[in-house]
Design a protein around this ligand. Structure first.
Ligand code: MTE
Ligand code: MO
Length: 245
């Protein structure tokens, strides 16, 4: 059943766009780059083997995404200027909020450096992010006693995600505005995306536009297609990756 909905089949990545190279070769080269920084064992078996034999030395043609693959479930990447950006916090809160980018920038800022791990196997080590802790944002809105879960909406109009309130309050869940010391790029989900440190990358919703507080968890986009709602790295989706500390 899951095989109809594999992330690799329905997502796109920039490395396979606008290039005369075959997808297999391109994926192979991405794999090589990852092997080069010593986490080759995180890749799915067949892939890393294919790679080494296909394209040694061609890694320089890969766009500079630092080991990330760029995912979207829509036709391209939505665009939103900082000036037009709004984040709403609604539902079971004391004060519904509509925040501008500057409002978010004016809240206490937190930096987190941690790995980013996709459930399809790739991992990028030690990525520095900064922004506002989701818990700090929720304190601004005031969470009602009846709230148990959060639903996240993207201005791509399609992708959604979820967390329990308990997960959302942990000090490693960031409403991120910068990555690698720079504003988050459009491709990576800018101007504002989520970064959920201890969970697989699909929890880290890009192009964040709304946070709804509710009484129950509503499974997100990939979760409705069979991926685990509690997406702990190394303890979900049948995977055994090293946890992210
Ligand atoms: N809006 C949106 N957010 C998303 C996705 C997506 O397709 N659309 N893909 C998720 C998955 S599966 C991963 S691994 C990460 C990838 O982040 P990146 O595209 O910045 O590399 O984004 C997550 N957030
Ligand atoms: Mo992913």
């Amino acid at each position: 059943m899951m095989s109809h909905y594999r992330m690799t089949e329905t997502s796109t990545d920039t490395t396979s766009k606008g290039t005369p190279l075959g997808r297999r070769l391109v994926l192979g080269m991405v794999g090589l780059g990852v092997v080069g920084i010593g986490v080759g064992r995180q890749l799915s078996e067949g892939l890393s083997n294919t790679v080494a034999s296909v394209a040694p030395g061609l890694a320089s043609v890969i766009p500079a995404t630092g080991g990330f693959r760029i995912y979207t479930v829509t036709n391209g990447y939505p665009e939103m200027s900082k000036a037009d950006y709004r984040l709403t916090v609604t539902g079971l809160v004391d004060r519904e909020l509509t925040l501008t980018f500057d409002d978010i920038a004016a809240l206490p800022q937190t930096g987190i450096t941690a790995d980013f791990q996709c459930v399809t196997g790739w991992r990028v080590n030690d990525v520095p992010w900064s922004g506002v802790l989701l818990s700090d944002l929720l304190r601004e809105a005031g969470v009602k006693d009846t709230a148990r879960a959060l639903r996240f909406l993207s201005f791509d109009g399609v992708y959604t995600e979820s967390l329990t309130l308990e997960q959302a309050m942990q000090p490693d869940v960031l409403v991120a505005t910068s990555m690698w010391g720079k504003p988050i790029t459009r491709e990576h989900g800018g101007p504002v995306r989520l970064y959920v440190v201890p969970m697989y990358g699909y929890k880290s919703l890009k192009w964040l536009s709304g946070i709804e507080l509710g009484a129950t968890v509503v499974p997100g986009y990939w979760e409705q297609l069979g991926y685990d709602v509690d997406a702990w790295v190394g303890e979900s989706n049948g995977r055994s990756d090293d946890p992210i500390t």
